[in-house]
Design a protein around this ligand. Sequence first.
Ligand code: GRF
Length: 200
Amino acid sequence: MRVISVFASGSGSNLQSIIDHIEAGTLPAKIAFVLSNNSAAGALNRARRHNIPAVHFSAKTHPDPEQYAADLLSLHRDAGVEVVALAGYMKHLPPSFIASYQGRILNIHPALLPQFGGKGMFGIHVHEAVIAAKAKESGATVHLVTDHYDEGPVLLQEKVAVLQADTPETLAKRVLAVEHRIYPKALKEFLSALKDGYAR
Ligand code: GRF
């Protein structure tokens, strides 16, 4: 059984989809803990409801960035985490952590990367940009995280048509439904292809 951690800053509906697939037996994995930079994140409550340890790590709990990076890594190593899944996590990871888990950090983005990614492209802003650009299609992308956000190799993508009547909110809703489907699927494929051993 592969051990993962999930990072989330918001409501955690993608986290919920991952939990649901694990509980249904369609995603063979164990979530060691859910981590949030936001102590009030709905994602932490979802974790607690499913008896998954909920961890709050932020500049408040860790004012020293070096200590933060060191504690983040030891938390993962102590729990034997092999793969990290970012699910609406709004804070940048320490470069040393990305290096330690190189090629083992996944993220989900609510557009068809490499389009509509990068700085400022998060949440509703992504869908606003897609509609402003009059794009005919959008979608969701699961990709590997590198030092350059939203630029790592794509693992799985699914398209969503942009309708004439779409607002950023209606488009976001349809894209989110796709996210809930493809993130557990991409994780399952990624975990089953993973070679043994974990972070350096
Ligand atoms: C999702 O749209 C995800 O793609 C983005 O943040 C949103 C998180 O939503 N990175 P939720 O917290 O999983 O509901």
